[in-house]
Write a protein that binds this ligand. Structure first.
Ligand code: PAF
Length: 302
């Protein structure tokens, strides 16, 4: 496994490794089509959710790259950029074990050199997916998705992957990135992997480290609310007003959990739907103390 810190080095290694890897694969099985390069973009503080993305990439691709970059442009000034967990050495050990080929770990200055006096980062250009970026997490965290789409576009341009892997836990991020890939004709497949949970049902997140034992147990109410919705849908309920009212009633059982949003939406547009007649995303964001947690479930016909 190699760790690269500059864009130039990363580009050079990706090219050289792709060539070597593809040649070796063709030599081993001449009839097999090259399986390409997979990229798993992360902000580090890796857990089993990230490793499930790496494992999917390892299954699909000849070469697997993981980026580790805590991207300042997707954090608002009042958010946790400074205290976001940074566990680089432990992350590298996990990725080595998982069979990753390349780690791209640039500095903030490498990704955002101050080339112009304009814009918050000194770069005059950003990528914004109109509309969908303002819904769900985008409504609660103005500017967040502009930061995500800008950095992910940069990563796509630097690494040029054939496939890029993201987690379904960040359902709104998935909707925004899908739209971006379509709109900007990125020549790659976006692969979305299922949510990974702890044995008690809490969706894994790097931010779970912020929770006290009490908050962590209170946070389980998010999953319980989603399971209540799932069981009502299985019993035939399809009106989202009823489903959301039931979910809210469950969430109210844990008054320490402060709801940010609870919504039933189309998973692509993130616009509200009134009945579950096609695949519907039911998504929750809520605060346990100062920590914002998200979780979701996909319901209805797939
Ligand atoms: O999901 C994340 O960890 C981040 O939003 C991403 C995609 C790595 C961009 O910084």
């Amino acid at each position: 496994m190699e760790i690269l810190n500059t864009i130039a080095e990363m580009r050079a290694r990706v090219r050289a490794q792709m060539l070597a890897q593809t040649r070796a694969a063709i030599r081993a099985t001449p009839t097999r089509a090259p399986a390409g390069l997979g990229l798993v973009p992360t902000m580090g503080a890796l857990h089993a959710g990230h490793l499930s993305l790496v494992s999917a990439a390892r299954n699909d691709c000849d070469l697997v790259a993981v980026s580790i970059f805590v991207n300042p442009t997707q954090f608002a000034p009042n958010e946790d950029f400074a205290r976001y967990p940074r566990t680089f050495d432990a992350d590298c050990a996990l990725l080595e074990d998982a069979g990753v080929d390349l780690i791209f770990a640039p500095s903030v200055e490498e990704m955002y050199p101050r080339t112009t006096p304009d814009g918050p980062t000194g770069a005059g250009t950003s990528v914004l997916v109109e509309g969908v970026s303002d819904r769900l997490d985008g409504a609660s965290r103005p500017g967040h998705f502009r930061g995500v789409t800008t950095v992910v576009s940069k990563l796509f341009n630097i690494v040029a992957p054939d496939r890029a892997y993201f987690g379904q836990k960040d359902a709104a991020q998935v909707a925004v990135l899908r739209q971006m890939v379509r709109d900007l004709n990125f020549d790659l497949e976006l692969v979305v992997c299922p949510i990974v949970r702890d044995s008690d049902g809490l969706a894994l997140s790097s931010r779970n480290q912020y929770l006290s034992a009490e908050q962590r147990s209170q946070a389980l109410i998010l999953r319980r609310a989603l399971l209540r919705v799932e069981s009502l849908v299985a019993a035939g309920e399809s009106a989202t007003a009823t489903l959301l009212a039931e979910a809210r009633a469950v969430l109210n059982q844990e008054p320490a959990i402060r709801l940010d949003y609870l919504a039933a939406v189309d998973p692509d547009t993130l616009l509200d739907v009134s009945t579950i007649h096609k695949t519907t995303l039911v998504a929750i964001a809520a605060y346990a103390g100062p920590t914002r947690l998200i979780d979701n479930i996909l319901l209805g016909p797939r």
